[in-house]
Design a protein around this ligand. Structure first.
Ligand SMILES: Cc1ncc(COP(=O)(O)O)c(C=O)c1O
Length: 420
């Protein structure tokens, strides 16, 4: 059995790390230095704390946590940062736990408009017995419908409004909603776009009126898997204390300290290279969408430039549906995922929805630019339109990937700065 375990890890490292085109919009890879620091003595330690540390032996654990909070605090110009949530979904739970009680109603994007399940009653919102009411969405323009949602806010006067989604092509109208939201707390779930926002691309939630940002630290932000919560600089201190109490002792005990050195390194790398990384992601996403479109794919939102983020949506119903298409692509070592589109019926949405969602953030990390996006679009055509044997295309993909084996926008293993 031990040999089997070693073999599985070896095969994973070979396949997904070296031979695949990884295009799942919620994934990424650590830089070599961050990955090296991911394994340390911190991996087996605890640091349960509020103002006081409840165990001995935590001086370095506290120091690394403070370093992480300081780096993010400087970037977002706020003293209110907490990196203890162990996932983006858990960060959301902490915020709900801080401000909402069972039976409370809050407004969130809604599943058919690309919300993450954690902001719905199928997911974490139900853990607290909350009622999540969907905001209105303009399915033509693929952005939140401000006028209709304004009426909903007026009617419900919710304590909390969630923005941000898993299917996220264009920025949220935070400014417009701030004017309407009154005392409601606006939480911007930046799980997907945190790397773009950190690099000053996409949108600036605090400047535009959000009170709180929750995020994953491992999607467009290319850090270790984990979560984070930030509040705007002039956030009420008592409310911030509520969030911290919701984190511990409310929701989290051990906060997986071993990820924090890698998170600190990734943030420092983002300070150095984040702007060029994020700009290239957006250029790649637009270019890839255009290339697919020109090859005959039904890429959504052509009239709006396809996307302003790392994501692209393709309606593949006429090619067999999202499930069939994603499985065919996997046979060619191209990793994507099926996704429900707003017009899908419930049954199709869970089984074989109309769409696939594609993210280009990891390909960008491997150093790919516009010319590679055009080549990859051709691979999609070979598999999905020309119906070539996917195992033949797989060999071409493996050959193509051989030229992209080094992570860019990163320090060297010794902490030196690689050229981008
Ligand atoms: C909008 C949004 N929020 C929260 C999450 C959950 O993040 P995590 O997987 O870090 O728990 C996701 C995951 O994809 C997401 O898309």
């Amino acid at each position: 059995m031990l040999n089997k375990v070693l073999e599985v890890v070896k095969m994973q490292n070979l396949w997904r790390r070296k031979q695949c085109l990884n295009m799942i919009a919620s994934e990424n890879v650590l830089s070599p230095l961050a990955e090296k620091l991911y394994i340390s003595d911190f991996e087996g330690r605890y640091n349960e704390h509020d103002e006081e540390c409840h165990y001995q032996g935590t001086k370095y654990a506290m120091e690394i946590e403070n370093i992480v909070n300081k780096i993010f605090g400087e970037k977002f110009s706020t003293p209110f940062v907490d990196c203890r949530p162990i996932a983006g979904a858990i960060a959301n739970l902490c915020v709900y736990h801080a401000f909402l009680k069972p039976g409370d109603v809050f407004i969130a994007p809604g599943l058919t408009a690309g919300a993450h399940v954690s902001s719905t009653e199928y997911g974490i919102a139900s853990v607290k017995g909350l009622k999540s009411i969907s905001a209105f969405f303009d399915f033509e323009r693929f952005v939140l419908d401000v006028d209709k949602t304004a009426l909903l806010i007026e009617k419900l006067n919710p304590k909390l409004i969630m923005l941000g989604r898993s299917v996220f092509l264009f920025p949220e109208p935070i400014k417009e909603l701030r004017e309407i939201a009154g005392d409601s707390i606006i939480v911007y779930d930046a799980a997907h776009v945190f790397g773009l926002i950190y690099a000053n691309e996409f949108q600036s939630p605090f400047e535009e009126g959000a009170d709180i940002i929750t995020a994953s630290t491992h999607k467009t932000f290319p850090g270790p898997q984990g979560g984070i919560i930030l509040a705007k600089a002039d956030f009420d201190e008592q409310k911030w204390k509520k969030i911290q109490r919701a984190i511990f002792p409310g929701v989290i005990s051990n906060h997986h300290i071993h990820r924090l050195p890698a998170l600190a390194v990734t943030a420092l790398e983002m300070n150095e290279f984040g702007e060029s990384y994020a700009k290239q992601i957006i250029k790649n996403a637009k270019c890839f969408a255009q290339a697919l479109y020109e090859l005959g794919f039904n890429v959504l939102c052509e009239e709006y430039g396809f996307t302003n983020s790392h994501q692209i949506l393709v309606d593949v119903k006429n090619l067999g549906g999202g499930k069939i298409v994603a499985e065919k692509l996997e046979k060619a070592n191209i990793i994507t995922n099926k996704i429900a589109l707003p017009w899908d019926k419930d049954k199709d949405a869970t089984q074989n929805p109309s769409g696939i969602r594609i993210g280009v953030q990891e390909l960008t990390r491997w150093g790919m630019t516009q010319s590679e996006m055009k080549e990859i679009a051709e691979f999609f055509k070979k598999v999905l339109i020309d119906n070539q044997d996917p195992s033949k295309v797989k060999q071409e993909v493996i050959e193509f990937r051989k030229n992209f084996q080094e992570i860019k926008y990163a320090f060297s293993l010794e902490g030196e700065i690689y050229e981008v």
